[in-house]
Design a protein around this ligand. Structure first.
Ligand SMILES: Nc1ncnc2c1ncn2[C@@H]1O[C@H](COP(=O)(O)OP(=O)(O)OP(=O)(O)O)[C@@H](O)[C@H]1O
Length: 683
């Protein structure tokens, strides 16, 4: 963007000085990288340490890469002398000392850069001192006299915009922010590090211990905020989270591929990004949504718990261990006592191992009574001996989650025993497979079963916890899936993102409190993002006509972008025609169609270069055909929605699906239909 476009009176000497600072910063980054490259891992004592050190050095060199097309810094703060800074409390320890040590003018960017004398040239956006860049306002300047935002064209600094904060004057809208929001979307999602808004920043910088749950209308930046929060936490708690790990869970692989480059662009490459299926198992046997809803209900947890422990058989016999001419006996009542003391105090598999050890210990006690002095090795040998193993197998059998679930879903009597009064008979009947499988090995599991298997796995063996989990589109998760995710952050915290109006699964939630409860994060704070950055107002108002039917409790969303003329509804219109019109404009085009009509619409677009969205393919086209069920979380400059009535009828929560697809557009939405539009949309 040429400087003159931003502000005709930008003094060229000021711009030149800023450009010189950019050049100096880039040169310093290069020097930092060369220094890191010159370091050798040879100093490490042994081969293993050398490999570890080398890998750390390689990571450091990679992190110091300069991306010429990406702004190294995007803001500048001219701060008042430290003693005059406002007494606003900082959240991180050491923040005040850090502020005092820094020069009064600082540049805020993607990473720290310092010169050869350790003088900071650029400060990481995540550092405590950078917070003022996002939060300072004339009402609370946070010690900042002037905030400067930089505009770039490619990698070149071409413009800046000043906001005086210390003079109590009202700030006008930022053109740099507006340009960023209006920029055409191409390729995968980009970071928003230069333009994070104050309410978004509050969420990004919430402390690690705090679980945050964000309700937000389409395009309010929930996904963006979740990803930036992950980057912020990794920076602020680098060592702790390097050990325990951070994971992003998204709705499908198309979405993961869309967001995949945001964290690497922020320098964070070691974050797992996955789907619930990726985490719990890629099971997708088709299932009646009503059955899936019962399986997704948290009441299943108690049923599974009983189902597993019902496998323990009351011991009727003791153990006889023979050593030479001696026989050592553990009586049946003693075995019963041991089993009773272990039940309920341990998970299933460690309990099984403990039973063997406790039996062996009893044998050892008998040996000692006979005057022997056996050691631990003898105890281990007894625990592994045939009679002990046989008894353990008979009383506390070795099981897999699949075996237990197979029995539960195929054996009415067993299910009734496990379900007790938690599930009424009609729900039990729904759970029993209509067509039973021959064995647990040949059973085909559904997505709902995957969460049940995971629950059983955890009852058998403790699931390790991560340090932090970001869960996107969380309104779509069942209570059992939430429990599965909750296990993975039980010693950590979570960022939970979603929109109650966009729930499209049989088990979609209508309450964030309930989500937090099943996640095991009752203390989590529910907050809301209300301003939309994606969808033009006209389009959002149109989609919001569906809200009274799908989420009556939610207020109508607001959009930052007026977008007059962005909506076109065409009865009997041609999809190819609409696509041609969009191709004549700038930006990406998504043709969102009922899943069953993908092939037909793709054929109708023959002659226009396009592909059908495939999450596993790197092929990127300007014109994409997208099955409605894959559109969640994605966005395109121009969206063409084909036959809303079919989209609504295709699934039980079809109206919510329609709301999702109508809210994917950044610049224009064209609705093409032959059938009458759903009444909720024309009301
Ligand atoms: N502060 C911001 N500055 C610039 N762009 C932003 C900002 N916040 C969000 N955006 C942009 O708005 C668009 C929507 O953001 P995002 O996908 O995170 O929204 P969402 O709330 O997750 O939407 P949905 O509910 O539809 O999935 C993205 O292009 C994102 O980059």
């Amino acid at each position: 963007m040429p400087a003159s476009q931003l502000a005709p009176d930008i003094p060229s000497d000021v711009l030149a000085a800023e450009q010189a600072h950019l050049a100096a910063s880039r040169a310093a980054l290069k020097a930092m990288r060369e220094h890191a490259q010159s370091l050798s891992a040879d100093a490490a004592g042994d081969w293993v340490s050398q490999q570890i050190l080398q890998s750390l050095l390689d990571q450091r060199v990679a992190a110091l890469a300069d991306h010429p097309d990406t702004p190294l810094f995007f803001g500048r703060l001219d701060r008042e002398a430290p003693e005059r800074t406002s007494a606003r409390p900082e959240r991180d320890e050491g923040a005040e000392e850090e502020q005092a040590d820094l020069p009064t003018t600082i540049y805020v960017g993607r990473r720290h850069v310092h010169d050869g004398h350790s003088k900071p040239l650029v400060i990481d956006w995540r550092a405590p001192v950078s917070r003022a860049f996002y939060q300072a306002s004339p009402a609370d300047p946070m010690g900042v006299a002037r905030r400067r935002r930089f505009g770039y064209h490619g990698g070149a600094l071409t413009a800046f915009e000043d906001e005086p904060l210390g003079e109590g004057v009202e700030l006008g809208p930022s053109k740099i922010l507006t340009d960023e929001i209006e920029r055409p979307r191409t390729g995968p999602m980009r970071d928003i590090v230069a333009t994070i808004q104050p309410d978004q920043d509050e969420i990004v910088r919430a402390t690690l211990a705090q679980t945050v749950c964000v309700q937000g209308a389409p395009g309010t930046g929930k996904t963006a905020v979740g990803l930036h929060r992950a980057a912020y936490l990794l920076f602020t708690h680098r060592e702790r989270l390097a050990r325990s790990g951070v994971m992003i869970v998204g709705p499908n692989r198309a979405f993961l591929s869309y967001i995949s480059s945001v964290l690497p662009a922020l320098g964070e490459v070691k974050v797992d990004q996955t789907t619930v299926a990726g985490l719990l198992g890629e099971h997708a046997a088709p299932e009646d949504p009503l059955v899936a809803a019962v399986k997704g209900d948290a009441r299943m947890a108690a049923v599974l718990d009983r189902a597993l422990w019902l496998h323990i058989v009351k011991p009727e016999e003791g153990v006889v261990y023979t050593q030479g001419v001696y026989r050592f006996r553990v009586a049946d009542y003693e075995v019963r006592e041991i089993v009773a003391s272990l039940r309920g105090t341990t998970r299933y598999n460690p309990g099984r191992a403990a039973l063997a050890q406790r039996l062996a210990h009893m044998v050892l006690v008998r040996m000692e009574q006979r005057g022997e002095s056996p050691d631990d090795r003898v105890q281990d040998a007894v625990a592994r001996s045939k009679p002990v193993k046989q008894l353990v197998e008979a009383v506390w059998p070795k099981l897999t989650p699949e075996q237990v679930l197979y029995r539960l879903l195929s054996d009415r009597e067993f299910l009734a025993k496990a379900a007790k009064s938690d599930l009424p008979p009609e729900e039990q009947e729904m759970l029993i497979w209509r067509k039973p499988y021959r064995s647990w090995k040949s059973a085909k599991w559904s997505a709902a079963d995957a969460a049940l298997l995971d629950e059983l796995r955890d009852l058998m063996e403790r699931t390790p916890s991560l340090g932090h989990l970001v869960v996107d589109e969380a309104q779509d998760l069942s209570e059992m899936q939430l429990r599965a995710l909750g296990r993975r952050c039980r010693n950590g915290s979570a960022t939970v993102l979603g929109d109650l109006a966009q729930g499209t699964t049989p088990w979609s939630t209508s309450s964030w409190q309930s989500v937090l409860e099943h996640l095991g994060q009752r203390e989590g704070e529910v907050t809301e993002l209300t301003l939309g950055f994606r969808v033009p107002r006209e389009v959002l108002d149109y989609a919001a006509r569906l809200l009274p039917s799908i989420a009556p409790g939610l207020a109508a969303p607001r959009s930052l972008r007026p977008g007059a003329g962005s909506l076109s509804v065409r009865a009997g219109g041609s999809v190819a025609e609409a696509a041609k019109e969009a191709l004549a404009k700038e930006g990406s085009i998504g043709v969102i169609v009922p899943d069953a009509r993908v092939a037909e619409v793709s054929a109708a677009l023959a002659g226009l270069p396009h592909t059908v969205l495939d999450p596993d393919s790197a092929e990127d086209h300007r014109l994409l055909v997208i099955p409605a069920t894959l559109a969640k979380g994605l966005e395109y400059d121009h969206v063409i929605v084909v036959e809303p009535a079919d989209i609504v009828e295709a699934e039980p929560r079809g109206l919510a699906r329609l709301y999702v697809v109508l809210t994917r557009a950044v610049t224009s939405l064209t609705v093409v239909h032959d059938r009458p539009l759903p009444a909720e949309l024309t009301a």
